[in-house]
Design a protein around this ligand. Structure first.
Ligand SMILES: Cc1cc2nc3c(=O)[nH]c(=O)nc-3n(C[C@H](O)[C@H](O)[C@H](O)COP(=O)(O)O)c2cc1C
Length: 364
């Protein structure tokens, strides 16, 4: 059997995604009302992506609770006002043939920070007296330069699992069809997965099964909450890029465990757990990790990271190294990347924006 191409649809459960050009979650730090509710900015930003021809757009890391936000400008999905505002974004996407996804997240010890921009010269943790909050993690330790976290108690862990389940229910109510669990980039779940940050001696620390327990509990509980129709993704950092850290072998084993509990796809990124890791950044540098997981585990696998051209994206799929590609910054440069890529590759796709038909790709 030949491999699919970039524009071959893919079906996960009963959901068909029209192509394999996907937009990964990208925090916009623009919920300015401090209440996690999407704003005009989000409607414009995701509206542009809804018209761009991608198959799936995953809305940025969205917190399960106020304490789970990276910053006080993050989106959240813990109340009904947020659900109502997200409905406008999901209907924009669905009405234009794009599958709406959302990344559900808890930042753990990397919470309560200033947004990445807009605070000239100030970054790192926001002190409690300046509106920040006490962070939590697997263990009482700190990301370099940040305030130390408190170790979650078992009751605290149960609350986090319940918060993910409630966030999943609300996300479905808001119209999302793909829910991605953020287990990457050094945020809470990754802090449990990696032996570099998890120093626990109870059922949530030590052997792989224990370090993975929080994630497994979340997948199981979310699946039970949303039923069989909704598609679940897990985003992993497949390596910490540090000797003795989390790696692609453990990622592959846990991929099969989450599959057994009802996950449908893994989204393979890397890094973010500790400062100072030496990362060989370059075009497609994370694709070999996605390929490794695809080869060693049994779930559809998506690749991400410095994929920027149609030819590069296409080759990753046709060579069978991943089942889909996500292009982040390239979609910020050009929300119509997928339409442009289809023209460059000579793909005769039937979708596009009829209102824009007098400006076709390629330029004529
Ligand atoms: C502005 C920005 C915000 C991001 N926010 C998130 C996020 O919310 N969740 C996440 O998992 N990754 C986040 N990322 C990482 C991207 O999803 C993606 O993995 C990364 O940018 C590499 O892909 P690229 O080279 O195509 O941009 C962010 C990246 C950027 C540039």
């Amino acid at each position: 059997m030949t491999n699919p191409t970039l524009f071959t649809p893919i079906t996960l459960r009963n959901l068909t995604i029209r192509n394999r050009v996907w937009v990964p979650p990208m925090c916009m730090y623009s919920a300015l009302g401090k209440d996690g509710v999407p704003t005009d900015f989000h409607r414009a930003h995701y509206g542009a992506l809804a018209l761009g021809g991608a198959g799936l757009v995953i809305v940025e890391a969205t917190a399960v609770s106020p304490e789970g936000r990276i910053s006080f400008h993050d989106l959240g999905i813990w109340n009904d006002d947020q659900v109502e505002a997200f409905k406008q974004i999901t209907s924009l996407m669905r009405n234009n043939g794009v599958v709406p996804g959302i990344q559900i997240a808890h930042a753990g010890r990397k919470a309560s920070t200033y947004p990445g921009w807009g605070y000239d010269g100030i970054d790192g943790s926001v002190p409690v007296e300046a509106g920040g909050w006490q962070t939590v993690s697997a263990s009482a330790n700190a990301f370099e330069g940040y305030a130390p976290a408190h170790a979650l108690t078992e009751e605290g862990i149960a609350q986090v699992v319940a918060d993910f389940a409630a966030a999943a229910r609300r996300s479905v109510e808001a119209g999302f069809q793909v829910l991605e669990i953020h287990a990457a980039h050094g945020y809470l779940i990754h802090q449990f997965l990696s032996p570099l940050t998890n120093e626990r001696t109870d059922d949530f620390g030590g052997p792989l099964k224990n370090r993975a327990r929080l994630l497994l509990d979340i997948v199981r509980t979310m699946r039970a909450e949303v039923g069989e129709e909704i598609v679940l993704f897990v985003r992993f950092s497949a390596t910490d890029w540090i000797e003795g850290g989390w790696n692609e072998e453990e990622t592959s084993i846990v991929t099969d465990w989450v599959k057994d509990l009802g996950a449908d796809t893994v989204d393979i990124s890397t890094g973010g757990l500790v400062a100072g890791a030496k990362i060989p950044v370059g075009p497609g540098y994370q694709v070999p990790l996605a390929h490794y997981v695809k080869e060693h585990a049994h779930l559809p696998t998506s690749a991400v990271g410095m994929i920027t051209t149609a030819a590069q994206a296409s080759e990753i799929i046709t060579s069978g190294r991943a089942d889909a590609v996500m292009l982040g910054r390239e979609h910020l440069r050009d929300p119509h990347f997928a339409l442009r890529a289809a023209a460059e590759l000579g793909e005769n796709i039937s979708y596009g924006t009829p209102q824009y038909q007098r400006a076709p790709f390629p330029r004529s």
